[in-house]
Design a protein around this ligand. Structure first.
Ligand code: NAI
Length: 578
């Protein structure tokens, strides 16, 4: 892809781009390419005559063809590859196509298909996208960042790919998640795709299958030691801060310990956010709030079992716990409403070497002494039988863990059990909504990690909410960018939760969807962006003036996938051929 010397100009309300790219270079610049939609004047001005078939088309004509080609791909991975190829050819058409078919294409470009595409990245590689900073290049971080295509960057999604979407360590292939996430920032909230940068820090991989794969494209090395890792990350962060002082950086799919440590270390030093921890916590919190409205329960009345106390599970626990505190409990009281389980069982105080983010939820060691325990170890069924949870959340990647017995036991003690099997992809879900609703005669309130169809029980159609982080991060990001916020505060995340939960009009229908539909994402994101930017201003962490009309600002920052006019300018002498 060619770097263009260009400028977006607004003159008397008319927007156009000045560019020095012409001919084949213009057609091969995915950001500027309009393909057959270049009109005859542009074809003359930019030396395109004869490089395109004669017909001049509109974007709608192109969309028809693109959708037809997309539909000819029979499996989801091929559809994902088709879309990514289109992204590399014509960005405007790519974003418009997905925006027009958001419900159908979101699971293809993002989770769950993105996981499959990442596993196949080295096999299916066609073209690079984003920036790869491999550990052996530690001394060249500045130089690598300077090789980016777009000069101005508002948003970075950075991954080390240790824990991708429930499928583990994917090495360099994980660049795909940074790319996919940024696509959702644009589709969901209109964040300008030309002002964002996906980054993969390649610190090796412990995935032996990849290390042995002759086609693997990453640095063929085991993951580096923790000391080397921390030093490398701090080098990368220093370079990023120096080059893009106001940037909003999202950490994506780090291993659970590093995810926490990186966030804790950098969140007071720059504008940064971890979607796996904070985004998951926020979207799940919004679903819990709506479930509580439906069941007319106070947050502080809930007993919460979290099965899978990793990055997502602990992020969810933290956010619900914080809201219980807002509901009037003190932090210790609030924590006593949680029972967390991991691969070693229930988290109790007598467990050795507990990660610090789990330790705060450890149960007193003597609590289970009088429990009715039926096996050698405390199982999820034992926990459910003894705790009588009102909320059961699955972030364990253990498929089928919420068995019929677990669910019916829970339902025998609570009228409307709130059950969220969040593990992705579909094959790892703790239970499927159809089963949960069958087993509870439609009484459970369900939200899932992956998208599911509505369920019909006793001739009643019950919609299933998807706890999709994409309801939070795009709007939050747009708000942060508009406010030029210095930090991401808890208050800014809380207003996102409020907006998301309020976007569903909870009325008397006992089977209301707990979260909006994906088709409502753009509207929801805009409201979140406005609320977040206002909050940043109120908290004094915005760089914009307090008198700014926030709604207008947000609207004017929403990038839309439409073709605009170009004007040709001469290349600066020193940069010809760049
Ligand atoms: P993680 O690896 O950090 O956490 C997994 C946790 O499950 C660990 O604490 C592990 O000890 C525990 N676990 C494993 N086997 C277990 C067993 N037999 N019993 C109890 N616990 C067990 O992974 P992360 O990032 O937290 O993701 C977990 C799952 O949640 C993934 O499938 C991911 O796709 C999904 N997820 C869903 C989201 C959503 O719905 N919005 C957002 C983020 C993650």
């Amino acid at each position: 892809m060619f770097r263009s010397n260009e400028l977006t100009v607004e003159n008397e309300g008319i927007k156009y781009i000045e560019t020095d790219l012409t001919g084949i270079k213009l057609l091969e610049s995915a950001q500027l390419n309009k393909g057959t939609a270049f009109n005859n004047e542009e074809r003359d001005e930019f030396y395109l005559k004869g490089l395109l078939p004669p017909a001049v088309e509109t974007i709608d004509d192109q969309l028809q063809r693109a959708y037809r080609q997309y539909s000819l791909n029979i499996d989801d991975l091929q559809k994902n590859i088709f879309l990514n190829n289109l992204y590399n050819i014509n960005e405007t058409l790519f974003f418009r196509l997905i925006s027009d078919h958001i419900k159908e294409m979101m699971p293809i470009i993002y989770t769950p298909t993105a996981g499959l595409a990442i596993q196949e990245y080295s096999n299916e590689f066609r073209r690079p996208r984003g920036i790869y900073i491999a550990y052996p290049d530690s001394d060249h971080v500045d130089e690598i960042l300077d090789n980016r295509i777009n000069p101005e960057i508002d948003l970075i999604v950075l991954t080390d790919s240790e824990q991708i979407l429930g499928i583990g360590d994917q090495g360099v292939n994980g660049i795909g998640i940074s790319v996919a996430k940024l696509v959702i920032y644009t589709i969901g909230a209109g964040v300008n795709p030309r002002r964002m940068l996906p980054i993969m820090i390649d610190v090796g991989t412990n995935n032996s299958k990849l290390l042995q794969d002759p086609l693997y494209l990453g640095w063929r090395h085991k993951r580096i030691s923790r000391k080397e890792y921390d030093h490398f990350v701090s080098k990368v962060m220093e370079a990023i801060k120096k080059k893009f002082p106001g940037v909003f950086l999202q950490w994506e799919d780090f291993g659970k310990e590093k995810a926490r440590c990186n966030l804790d270390h950098y969140q007071d030093k720059m504008c940064t956010f971890n979607d796996d921890i904070q985004g998951t916590g926020a979207v799940t919190m919004a679903a819990v709030l709506n479930a509580s409205k439906l069941t007319r329960t106070k947050l502080s009345d809930h007993r919460v079992v979290i099965f899978g106390a990793g990055t997502a599970g602990c992020g969810i626990a933290d956010r619900i716990q914080e809201w219980m505190v807002k509901d009037g409990l003190n932090p210790q009281e609030a924590r006593s409403h949680f029972w967390l389980m991991d691969s070693k069982g229930l988290i109790t105080e007598d467990r050795m070497n507990l990660d610090y983010f789990k330790a705060t939820y450890a149960r007193p060691s003597d609590e289970t002494e009088h429990w009715d325990i039926r096996g050698k170890y405390i199982s999820i069924l034992d926990v459910v039988r003894n705790v009588k949870p009102t909320i059961l959340i699955g972030t364990s990647t253990v498929p089928g863990a919420f068995t019929k017995e677990v669910v019916t036991t829970m339902a025998s003690a609570v009228k409307r059990p709130i059950i969220f099997p969040l593990s992705n992809p579909l094959s790892l879900a703790e239970a499927i909504p159809q089963d949960i609703l069958n087993w509870t005669n439609g009484m459970a309130l369900v939200a899932t990690g992956s998208p599911y169809n509505d369920v019909t029980i006793n001739e009643k159609t019950i919609p299933v909410a998807q706890c999709n982080n994409a309801f939070i991060f795009p709007g939050l990001g747009l708000g942060i960018i508009c406010a030029q916020a210095e930090r991401v505060s808890s208050g800014m995340i809380d207003v996102s939760i409020d907006e998301l939960s309020r976007s569903v009009n909870i009325q008397d229908d006992p089977h209301q969807r707990l979260l909006p539909q994906v088709s409502q994402m753009q509207e929801v994101s805009k409201n979140i962006a406005v609320a977040v930017a206002k909050k940043a201003v109120n908290e004094g962490i915005a760089r914009i003036s307090p008198g700014e009309d926030i709604e207008k600002l947000v609207n004017s920052n929403i990038w839309k996938p439409v073709y605009i006019s170009y004007k040709r300018v001469d290349p600066p002498q020193a940069q010809v051929n760049q």
